[in-house]
Design a protein. Structure first.
Length: 378
């Protein structure tokens, strides 16, 4: 009754999406790396205006090429340099709309990248770090692509030498989350200069707006590089589903062929409308990112001051453990207090919890749960 390949699938497991707590109260949700702040008022106004002034637009198909949104995303990246922690009009980027591919979230973009550029036959494989974003093995299994995992060092730093060696020895592609998930740790983009030149390599920059740098400037030098990004994290679009790839035009053309062989209209008119408006409000998002980074550093200092091990993060979350206390115990304690954090049950992650950075009020509630009575460090 079912195709045999269905039995081989191992689906991705997202963060817990709970119903109300007992008594009807809501959980403080710090387990899915969502942005605690709303999207730009300009995005909300644009959607409201469309629904009010032109509701018949919903009866028509959206632009399958998302031309206006691609232009807006290119302009946004050229303005910020791809990092909202320090947006700069002097970024040096010169991306054009034909260097942008849009998708229904960055996970869909990753799926198309796997299909377009990673082989399911021959000696090639995908080389990734381990642990990293757990959707990579899912897509590798979905498309029947061999996967080679290079372990992180015991302190969760990336073993760059082993990663490059693994790719060079098999003439294979690398997929690299930078900053990594779920650790939040980042590497210098100079690593990418050593990769095999005749294979496409993917850098997943879902959290780069919270980091110190982006790999986007390397697109001027490397035609074999694809950079995946998302509006879900820094741009508060997790509920809208908008991701993209920045790459040189031949790679974008290949992705477009894959997309048009699967779904000609992945982005609805509301998402395109909101996305265009959001790209025009850099100050709004830069300020939200600044607040999240400040909370990340402040909360991390509190945990360290109270005896926690906290990995150095350049994302919108922290990965932390309390020696002598299991990660599962911490997760359960937080949930009992009405706060959700993410726990990964398999080694070497099982002693840790991943904590999304929320508002000041949300982090104060979590601080009371995890480090009660600990004075803030000076």
């Amino acid at each position: 009754m079912f195709a045999q390949r269905v039995a081989r699938l191992a689906p991705y497991v997202p963060g817990e999406q709970p119903g109300p707590r007992p008594g009807g109260r809501s959980y403080v949700k710090l387990n899915a790396n969502e942005n605690p702040y709303p999207p730009s008022p300009l995005a909300v106004q644009a959607v409201t205006r469309l629904l009010t002034d032109d509701p018949a637009r919903l009866a028509r198909y959206p632009d399958p090429d998302s031309a206006a949104l691609r232009a807006a995303v290119a302009a946004l990246l050229n303005t910020t340099g791809g990092v909202l922690t320090a947006p700069s009009a002097e970024s040096g980027l010169h991306l054009t709309p034909d260097m942008i591919f849009l998708a229904n979230g960055s996970d869909e973009a990753l799926s198309f990248l796997f299909y377009a550029f990673f082989d399911s036959e021959g000696r090639h494989c995908i080389v990734q770090t381990a642990p990293t974003y757990s959707f990579y093995p899912v897509y590798a299994g979905f498309y029947g692509i061999p996967l080679c995992a290079v372990p992180l060092f015991s302190d969760f730093r990336l073993d760059t030498g082993a990663l490059v060696k693994g790719a060079n020895e098999t003439d294979s592609s690398i997929i690299l989350a930078n900053p990594n998930a779920p650790t939040g740790m980042a590497i210098n983009r100079a690593l990418l200069r050593a990769l095999p030149p005749d294979r496409v390599h993917v850098v997943d920059e879902a959290y780069a707006d919270f980091a110190a740098e982006s790999a986007l400037p390397l697109l001027a030098e490397f035609p074999n590089l694809a950079i995946v990004r998302t509006f879900s994290k820094s741009m508060s679009f997790a509920g809208m589903r908008l991701g993209y790839v920045a790459a040189n035009p031949p790679l974008i053309a290949a992705l477009t062929t894959v997309k048009n062989s699967f779904n000609h209209f992945p982005l609805d008119v509301l998402t395109q409308t909101a996305g265009i408006a959001a790209c025009g409000d850099v100050p709004w998002y830069a300020e939200n990112v600044r607040r999240i980074v400040a909370q990340r550093e402040s909360f991390g200092a509190v945990l360290r001051h109270s005896g926690w091990q906290v990995l150095p993060s350049q994302a919108n979350f922290l990965f932390a453990q309390k020696p002598g206390t299991s990660g599962r115990e911490i997760y359960e304690r937080c949930k009992a207090a009405g706060i959700l954090v993410r726990h990964f049950p398999t080694p070497p992650l099982d002693g840790f919890v991943r904590i999304t950075i929320g508002t000041a009020e949300e982090m104060a509630a979590l601080e009371e749960c995890l480090a009660p009575g600990i004075p803030r460090p000076l």
